[in-house]
Design a protein around this ligand. Structure first.
Ligand SMILES: [Zn+2]
Length: 342
C-alpha cells in the first residue's frame, strides 16, 4: 500500500508500506478523509518545533473499522464509522491520572510525534476511536478541529447569554464560536478580516463582530454588551499583541482562555489582572469526553459543519497541491479523500 510521507520541509514523497495487522487492543482502520490543519502546514514549512522527518501526517480523520482486536471495551464493530482522537496519552502519567489526559506529560500526537493517517490503512489503539452512526466521513474528519475549540469553551464554561468574545476567526476560533453559541452564550467574533467576520455572522450565525482595525475595540464591545465588557474571552490568534490586549477588553471577573499558542513570552499588567480579578487559562487539545460531546452536537444539528470545507484534493494529489493551500484566500479547511475501490 502507498503512503504519503512528508520527507522533509517542503517535500512530500510516497512510500510502499506493508499492509498492517492489529494487536489485541488495536483496530485496523480504512482512512476515508484527512483534514489539513495548521500543524500540518507548520510541519510542511519546517516551522513546527520538535518535529522529526520523515513523517506520515494526518490527525483529523474520518475512518472505518476493518478489523478489531480481542480487547474491545467499547464494543465497536467492523464497518463502524469513527472519528479519531489523535492524542496518545500515557494513562499512568500524573496528568492522565488526574483526568487531564489532554495535557499528559508524555503526550504523543498521531501525525505529529508518531505517524498519522495520511495513508489508506493504519492501526491504532481501539479506545482512540469515537463512533457515530450518522455522520459522514467529512464530518468525522472535522470532529478533532471542532474539539479544540469545544475544549476552550469547556474551560471558559460560559453561562446562558453571557457575552463571550472569541478573537481570531481561523478554523480553531470558528470552532470555539460555534460551541460557545451551542452553549447559549452571546458570541462576538473579533478578527482583522471583514470577509471572515461576515462569514461568522452569515454562515455561523454569530451574534456580533468587531474589527479592531476599524476603531476603538473597547468602545465597540461596550456598544454590543450594553455598556459592559465581555466576561469570557477566548483568544485563538496565537498573537502576542492580541493576547496581551485581552486584559484591556475584559470585564471584571472575566475568564480568559489562551487557545492559540505564541512561542515566546506574553506580558501582562498585574494591577489590571488584580483589579478585575481575572482568571487566565490555557486550553490544549481536548478530552475523550469532548469527542463524544462534539459528535453529539454535530449529529443533532446544533453545530453545522456545512460551511467548513473550502478545498478538496485526493491523496495522490497531495504532493502537488498541498503547498497551494497555504496561499489560498478564504481558506478554512482543506479535505483530503482516499479512494478505496474494493
Ligand atoms: Zn488539527
Amino acid at each position: 500500500m502507498k503512503t504519503v510521507t512528508l520527507e522533509e520541509p517542503g517535500r512530500f514523497g510516497s512510500r510502499e508500506e506493508e499492509y498492517p495487522t492489529c494487536g489485541a487492543n488495536e483496530a485496523l482502520v480504512r482512512v476515508h478523509r484527512v483534514g489539513v490543519c495548521g500543524t500540518d502546514l507548520h510541519a510542511f514549512a519546517g516551522r513546527q518545533p520538535f518535529f522529526e522527518y520523515p513523517r506520515v501526517l494526518g490527525h483529523e480523520l474520518g475512518v472505518e473499522i476493518v478489523e478489531i482486536g480481542s480487547e474491545n471495551p467499547k464494543g465497536l464493530k467492523v464497518g463502524d464509522k469513527c472519528s479519531v482522537e489523535p492524542y496518545l496519552f500515557d494513562p499512568q502519567s500524573p496528568a492522565s491520572q488526574a483526568g487531564v489526559t489532554n495535557a499528559c506529560e508524555n503526550m504523543k500526537v498521531l501525525g505529529v510525534h508518531v505517524d498519522g493517517g495520511m495513508r489508506p490503512y493504519f492501526t491504532l489503539p481501539t479506545d482512540k476511536l469515537h463512533k457515530s452512526s450518522s455522520l459522514s466521513f467529512d464530518q468525522l474528519a472535522l470532529v478533532e478541529t471542532l474539539c479544540i475549540g469545544a475544549h476552550a469553551v469547556e474551560r471558559a464554561n460560559p453561562r446562558q447569554g453571557e457575552h463571550t468574545l472569541v478573537i481570531g476567526a481561523g478554523p480553531i476560533g470558528l470552532g470555539a464560536m460555534q460551541f460557545a453559541k451551542a452553549e447559549g452564550a452571546h458570541v462576538i467574533a473579533m478578527d482583522i478580516s471583514n470577509d471572515r467576520l461576515a462569514f461568522c455572522r452569515k454562515d455561523l450565525g454569530i451574534d456580533a463582530s468587531v474589527n479592531p482595525l476599524e476603531g476603538d475595540s473597547e468602545e465597540a464591545l461596550r456598544a454590543i454588551c450594553g455598556g459592559q465588557l465581555p466576561t469570557v474571552i477566548i483568544d485563538a490568534t496565537g498573537n502576542k499583541k492580541s493576547m496581551e490586549n485581552t486584559f484591556n477588553l475584559a470585564g471584571h471577573g472575566c475568564r480568559i482562555v489562551f487557545l492559540g499558542l505564541f512561542i515566546g513570552e506574553v506580558n501582562f499588567d498585574d494591577p489590571s489582572f488584580h483589579r478585575k480579578e481575572l482568571t487566565l487559562m490555557a486550553s490544549r487539545n481536548a478530552l475523550p469526553s469532548t469527542f463524544e460531546k462534539v459528535i453529539a452536537a454535530v449529529e443533532s444539528g446544533k453545530v453545522d459543519t456545512d460551511p467548513w470545507i473550502t478545498q478538496r484534493m485526493k491523496l495522490e494529489e497531495v504532493g502537488d497541491l498541498f503547498e497551494g493551500i497555504t496561499k489560498q484566500e478564504g481558506q478554512i479547511k482543506a479535505m483530503i479523500s482516499i479512494d478505496h475501490d474494493s
